[in-house]
Design a protein around this ligand. Structure first.
Ligand code: ADP
Ligand code: MG
Length: 255
C-alpha cells in the first residue's frame, strides 16, 4: 500500500527539502515508485529536482484549488528518478486562496486519492510553518518524518510540532503517525550534538531514526546542479547516508 509521508518541522533550515529530494532519489534508486510534492512556496524541492519553478505550466496550487488534476501537473524527473508535483511562489497566496473553500484542509487528500496507488511512496516537502499548507500535508499523510538539527533549541520546536500532530489526530486524521525523527547536518564530534542526540534517544526511543545525515559539502552543492546528491556525487558521504536512511525506512515502514 502507498505510504504518504510529510517531511515537516516548522523551523527553517533544518534539512526538510534536502531530505525530501535525496530520500526521494534514494528510494527511487532502490526501485520504489516515488512521488515528491513540493508544498513550500520557496520551490526549492522543485529546483533541486531539476525543474525551473519560474516556468511551470501548472503547480500544486492549481491542484489544491481544484483547477487542475494532479495527474495533469505531475512531471517526470528522469535525472532524479521520481515524479514531482511541483510548487513555487504562487503558493504564498494559498492561505488566502483557500479561505473560502469548503473542507480546505482536505484538498490535498482529495487530489491524491485518484493517483496515490501509482506510487509506493509519496513524500511531501512542507513549508517552515504550521500553516494551511502544512495542515493539508498532515491531513493527507499516514505519518510525519521530522528532520532535525541537533542544536540547543531543536527540542523546543519539536514539542510545538508534536502538539500540532496531536491536534490533527484529534480533528481530521486520527491515524496520523510519527514515523521518525531524522538527525541532519550531524556531527558526532560536537558535544552538543551528542547531548541533544542522547536526549532525543531517551525521550523518543525507537522513533529516533538510527541513520544520521552528516554535514557534507556535496549535499549542499547538488541543488545548484538541479540534482539529488545521489546523482551529483554518488560516492559522497552525504549520498551514502541518504541511501542508508532510505533502506532503514523501507524496513521500518515496509515500503
Ligand atoms: P529546510 O527545507 O528545512 O528549510 P534545507 O533542506 O533547505 O532546509 O537546508 C537548509 C540549508 O542547509 C541548505 O542550504 C542546504 O543546502 C543545507 N544542508 C542541508 N542538509 C545538509 C547537509 N547534510 N550537509 C550540508 N548542507 C546541508
Ligand atoms: Mg525547505
Amino acid at each position: 500500500m502507498t505510504k504518504i509521508i510529510a517531511l515537516t518541522n516548522q523551523k527553517g533550515g533544518v534539512g526538510k527539502t534536502t531530505t525530501a529530494v535525496n530520500l526521494a532519489a534514494s528510494l527511487a534508486a532502490l526501485d520504489r515508485r516515488v512521488l515528491l510534492i513540493d508544498l513550500d512556496p520557496q520551490g526549492h524541492a522543485t529546483m533541486g529536482s531539476g525543474i525551473d519553478k519560474h516556468d511551470l505550466e501548472g503547480s500544486v496550487l492549481d491542484v489544491l484549488l481544484g483547477e487542475l488534476r494532479a495527474s495533469d501537473v505531475i512531471l517526470d524527473c528522469p535525472d532524479a528518478g521520481y515524479a514531482l508535483l511541483p510548487g513555487n511562489g504562487d503558493l504564498t497566496a494559498a492561505e488566502v486562496d483557500l479561505l473560502g473553500v469548503e473542507g480546505r484542509e482536505r484538498r490535498l487528500t482529495e487530489a491524491l486519492a485518484p493517483i496515490a496507488a501509482e506510487y509506493d511512496v509519496v513524500l511531501i516537502d512542507c513549508p517552515p510553518s504550521l500553516n494551511m499548507l502544512t495542515v493539508n500535508a498532515l491531513t493527507a499523510a499516514h505519518g510525519v518524518l521530522i528532520p532535525l538539527q541537533c542544536e540547543f533549541y531543536a527540542l523546543e520546536g519539536l514539542s510545538a510540532l508534536l502538539d500540532t500532530v496531536e491536534q490533527i489526530q484529534g480533528n481530521v486524521n486520527p491515524a496520523l503517525d510519527v514515523f521518525g525523527i531524522v538527525r541532519t547536518m550531524y556531527d558526532a564530534r560536537n558535544s552538543l550534538t551528542r547531548d541533544v542526540s542522547k536526549q532525543l534517544s531517551d525521550y523518543f526511543g525507537d522513533t529516533l531514526i538510527k541513520a544520521t545525515i552528516p554535514r557534507n559539502v556535496r549535499v549542499a552543492e547538488a541543488p545548484s546542479h538541479g540534482l539529488p546528491v545521489t546523482k551529483y556525487a554518488r560516492l559522497s558521504r552525504g549520498s551514502q547516508a541518504y541511501r542508508v536512511l532510505a533502506k532503514e525506512l523501507i524496513r521500518r515502514l515496509s515500503l
